[in-house]
Design a protein around this ligand. Structure first.
Ligand code: PMP
Length: 361
């Protein structure tokens, strides 16, 4: 007899209540929604990667510790020997590893709101209570509220993205230090957008043993291979390593990342171009009537525009895909987020937006 159990009886209610992370179809679109680097690697480097791929022993499991890749990462990022590295299938997976490791029945995972949605979602996946402390209206940290929430909830982990997604700003470093000092658990500074930020907490790693630094190659041009990493003291990394699945970093990711890390000048040059395009795009948006542009240290720009959801829809009809944040948080009312693309993509976005706003008048 087949059983008659329904998902409602089996799946946890908090999972039933979730909607899946929505990735909109983007075929044929100008894709400015996901903070990807719009530039391919140079042809010569792609040829090298093709050779590597052709001779990769894909019949074997990959090196479970990715030792060779870690050595190159350590050299490229000048990570001191006192620090250890944990690799993840994207930094998403690192958030999940941390959450699984801290998930005691009464554990709290804390961040700010609005923040990267995965902090909250992964807390839900792992049955951890999530506390999101609202940012101020200008998206700066509400440090007093944050310190009070730390005191009250004693979070096992605090995640702060630096720069923050979706707002694009850097929080005040002195305030982040106060949070690290006040924290009863670990503080993870998520530097996903470090390539565009000219600021980092890396130097603080040696000072604060409860500080961990998370990065990803996704925004720098390698979103497709999925590689994130966490840097921190061995006492933390050794525990988190126990939760990591043994072969989470596939052989292609290991080979490609290692190869590209030998040519970081390529990624840095692309990041420089993106930064200068960011300036142009911000300047353009600021000239538009009724548009409020927020300063960005990332590869995307948040802006507020009356009728944002309608504008988003009309841009989509014109094959331009950005991110609609209207309705996701009270502070983000009428907010849209555009990823900095190639000069041509940015021009097409600006032209379309300008046309829509002029038509609307
Ligand atoms: N952290 C932040 C702040 C992000 O915005 C993102 C991607 N949107 C990630 C982490 C995850 O990146 P990935 O899993 O591609 O490394």
């Amino acid at each position: 007899m087949p059983n008659t159990y329904q998902p409602e009886q089996i799946i946890r209610p908090e999972i039933l209540a979730l909607s899946a992370y929505h990735v909109p179809p983007a075929t044929g679109m100008i894709k400015l929604d996901a903070m990807e680097n719009p530039y391919p690697l140079p042809l010569a480097l792609r040829d090298d990667i093709a050779l590597l791929a052709a001779s990769a022993p894909i019949n074997r499991y990959p090196d479970a510790s990715a030792a060779s890749l870690k050595t190159v990462l350590r050299q490229t990022l000048a990570i001191s020997d006192d620090m250890d590295i944990l690799l993840g299938n994207g930094s998403d997976e690192i958030i999940q590893i941390i959450a699984m490791a801290i998930a005691k029945p009464d554990a709290v995972l804390m961040s700010v709101e609005p923040a990267f949605v995965m902090f909250r979602m992964i807390a839900t996946f792992t049955n951890i209570q999530y506390v999101g402390v609202p940012l101020r209206k200008d998206f700066s940290l509400d440090i007093e509220a944050m310190l009070a929430a730390i005191e009250k909830h004693q979070p096992a982990a605090i995640f702060l993205a630096y720069p923050n997604n979706p707002t694009g700003n850097l929080f005040e470093p002195a305030e982040i230090l106060r949070i690290i000092q006040a924290a009863s658990g670990i503080v993870i500074i998520d530097e996903a957008y470090n390539a565009f930020a000219d600021a980092s907490f890396k130097d603080q790693l040696e000072v604060y043993p409860n500080l961990l630094l998370m990065r990803t190659l996704s925004k720098s041009g390698l979103a497709g291979i999925r590689l994130g990493f966490l840097i921190g003291g061995s006492e933390w990394i050794a525990q988190l390593e126990k939760v990591r699945l043994p072969y989470n970093i596939g052989i292609m990711t290991q080979l490609i990342a290692e190869k590209v890390l030998h040519h970081t000048e390529v990624l840095s040059e692309q990041a420089e171009t993106i930064k200068s395009e960011r300036t142009k795009l911000s300047t353009f948006l600021a000239t538009m009537r009724d548009v409020e542009v927020y300063p960005s240290k990332a590869n995307f720009i948040l802006f507020r525009i009356p009728g944002a959801s309608q504008i988003f829809k009309m841009l989509k009809e014109r094959k331009i895909l950005i991110k609609n944040l209207d309705g996701t948080h009270p502070l983000l009312k009428d907010c849209l987020r555009v990823t900095v693309g190639t000069p041509d993509e940015n021009t097409q976005f600006c032209t379309a937006l300008h046309a829509l706003l002029t038509e609307a008048v």
